[in-house]
Design a protein around this ligand. Structure first.
Ligand code: NAP
Length: 310
């Protein structure tokens, strides 16, 4: 088939790049399509301490860059552009990426998940002006200031701890009394003298859109109902992620939160289309598990092509 790729990988995070390493080593010359968040969540994180093989830890962006070069060495190619649409009903599959239409015999969806926002009136207008979902990217701008982190999971703890490098005080606001975070992360945050906890509290608004900077939040205690203004210079969100599956609705099975449903780890309902990493994993969501399913997806691509006599 002319101009038809053997395999295309959507997403350049840990899952997509691991799939690319395996597919490239199988001589399938994978094309990795990377969107507006290249490198995925690892590129937005700091020290990764739990990826096997790095006893002292490794910086997330460095880990992802290593994977990228590793795949490239075996022949993976990269294309930057947003996936506009996908036709998985006709074979070979076709994808529109920006203005290009690409055709492929197999597809690996590793499009990951993007940060969740609170949906407050002033929130979107203040992104980049004190509202952020990436402590690593934006923490530096708040040196010597007091800031807030929202969330009760590991991401929120990690962000809060990281931001103590810059901020004089970090207030961690969480909507409940119980925390989802692992004990080790929670204990570290609790023990840190610059981090203060504000549980049972939600944010009803963020000020000040007119000034194009964050000056404070409207907070509410969910138990007492009491509301008050809380001055702060920044609001960092660590409230989880939303899977990037919009392009596949109607063609592949999604669960109620939009995660791709994969059978036997990586099989979607369409033969030849595989899913790996956070886009199909709402349970583990670890770099190492994303890499694991990325590997599986690439091995299944090989088997699929073999079965077609290629
Ligand atoms: P998460 O575990 O799903 O936690 C999200 C937190 O945000 C929860 O506490 C949740 O509150 C809160 N939240 C969600 N929507 C909210 C809303 N609209 N308003 C207010 N609060 C809201 O997500 P995560 O922290 O990003 O972690 C995801 C996975 O990655 C986990 O498996 C975690 O262990 C892993 N991770 C590991 C590390 C590490 O080991 N270094 C670092 C980061 C992440 P409720 O609890 O009330 O639902």
């Amino acid at each position: 088939m002319d101009n038809v790729r053997k395999t295309i990988i959507i997403g350049s995070g840990c899952a997509g790049l691991t799939a690319a390493i395996y597919a490239a080593r199988a001589n399938l010359k994978p094309l990795v399509v990377q969107g507006h968040e290249p490198g995925g969540q690892l590129s937005l994180t700091t020290l990764v301490e739990n990826f096997p093989g790095f006893p002292e830890g490794i910086q997330g962006p460095e880990l992802i860059e290593n994977m990228r070069r590793q795949a490239e060495r075996f022949g993976a190619e990269y294309l930057t552009g947003d996936l506009v649409s996908a036709d998985l009903r006709n074979y070979p599959f076709s994808l529109q990426v920006g203005k290009d239409v690409l055709r492929t015999e197999t597809l690996i969806i590793a499009s990951g998940a993007s940060a969740r926002w609170l949906g407050l009136p002033g929130e979107q207008a203040l992104i980049g002006h004190g509202v952020s979902s990436c402590a690593t990217c934006d923490g530096f701008f708040f040196s010597g200031k007091e800031i807030v982190v929202i969330g009760g999971g590991d991401s929120a703890m990690e962000e809060a701890l990281f931001l103590t490098r810059f901020a004089t005080k970090v207030t961690l606001i969480h909507r409940r009394e119980q925390f989802r975070a692992s004990k080790i992360m929670l204990d570290r945050a609790r023990a840190h003298p610059q981090i203060k906890f504000l549980p049972n509290t939600v944010v009803d608004d963020v000020y000040d859109v007119a000034k194009k900077e964050v000056t404070g939040l409207r907070l509410r205690n969910v138990k007492s109902g009491e509301s008050w203004d809380f001055p702060t210079s920044a609001m960092f969100l660590g409230i989880g992620h939303i899977p990037n599956t919009r392009m596949f609705g109607g063609q592949l099975d999604l669960d109620q939160d939009g995660y791709l449903i994969a059978r036997d780890y990586v099989f979607t309902r369409v033969p030849g289309v595989f899913a790996c990493g956070d886009v199909q994993d709402r349970r583990y969501r670890q770099a190492v598990t994303a890499a694991g399913t990325g590997c599986m997806a690439a091995l299944e691509v090989e088997k699929f092509l073999e079965a077609r006599g290629e």
